[in-house]
Design a protein around this ligand. Structure first.
Ligand code: HEC
Ligand code: HEC
Length: 225
């Protein structure tokens, strides 16, 4: 190695250390008040109902890093009714009529902070709650996946598959292919209570072929299409 290359390598090592430490410290300091960054030792229904933001202790097994970097700079609503949708349900109207104006906007950060925070989030691997490689990309039928999502298995009652189309009590899935890792989609659909014992998405007891095609369908969804 030439001296210049050695110097460059040494400098980048030096830079990586403090930047990573800074990202983890920022995450704890600026985000930890609203988000669980470690698996709760004893999850309770009271914790779920009073939490200020979704859990991030499995963020590294859930999100695509590129999506995180972009979203942290320009956050848009993922759960139209906020993290506790029924807190924003309009009294006296059907249960999916939400007062979305009452949901506060998410804090935004600049590009450098977004990259640091995304790295720190990607390091939170979630204690084996997502099995890597569970989704097999080949062979799943998208048309059947869409049919299962929209008609047969009722996912669309709680999730949007296109902006403005679908239920509002669950997170939007119309950008599932950009936002989420397929192995996470499969793990969550298979057993939502593995992520939180009290979370209110029902465990639907789907067959393995159904899980594969529904995951393939969600992985194909991209916003702006
Ligand atoms: C005042 C509380 C609050 C603070 C502070 C906060 N968040 Fe959030 N965060 C939320 C809420 C509420 C949501 C859900 C938004 C939605 O679903 O539309 C959210 C959503 C997210 C999501 C998407 C999670 C998911 O499961 O869909 C990420 C990633 C995230 N926040 C990262 C951060 C980071 C990084 C910071 C620190 C810079 C931060 N948040 C600070 C309340 C907060
Ligand atoms: C009764 C409403 C309901 C039904 C029906 C439902 N879900 Fe959900 N789903 C939820 C809620 C609520 C959450 C997550 C709560 C949270 O983190 O804020 C969720 C979370 C998810 C997630 C994780 C998304 C994320 O951003 O973290 C996926 C993937 C998902 N559901 C897929 C499905 C699929 C596929 C079906 C049909 C087989 C389905 N859901 C049926 C309510 C529902």
């Amino acid at each position: 190695m030439r001296p210049a290359a050695i110097l460059a390598a040494a400098l980048s090592l030096f830079a990586a250390g403090p930047a990573a430490a800074q990202g983890a410290a920022d995450l704890k300091g600026q985000c930890g008040g609203c988000h669980a960054l470690e698996k709760p030792a004893d999850p309770t229904v009271a914790r779920l109902w009073s939490r200020k933001g979704p859990d991030l202790w499995y963020a590294g097994a859930k999100f695509n890093r590129d999506w995180l970097v972009a979203w942290l700079q320009k956050p848009t609503p993922i759960r139209p009714g906020g993290v506790l949708w029924f807190a924003h349900a309009k009294a006296g109207e059907p249960r999916d009529t939400l007062d979305t104006a009452g949901v506060p906007p998410h804090p935004a950060v600049d590009a450098a902070a977004a990259a640091r925070l995304a790295d720190a989030l990607m390091a939170l691997k979630g204690d084996g709650v997502v099995a890597p490689g569970a989704f097999k990309a080949e062979g799943a039928n998208l048309t059947m996946g869409k049919m299962a999502f929209s008609k047969l298995r009722g996912c669309v009652a709680c999730h949007q598959e296109k902006p403005g189309e679908g239920g509002l009590s669950g997170p939007r899935l119309y950008d599932g292919g950009q936002r989420l890792q397929p192995d996470y989609v499969l793990a969550y659909t298979k057993d939502p209570q593995a992520f939180d014992r009290f979370v209110w998405m029902p465990r639907l007891g789907l067959s393995e072929p159904d899980l594969q095609r529904i995951t393939a369908y969600i992985a194909s969804l991209k916003a702006g299409q």
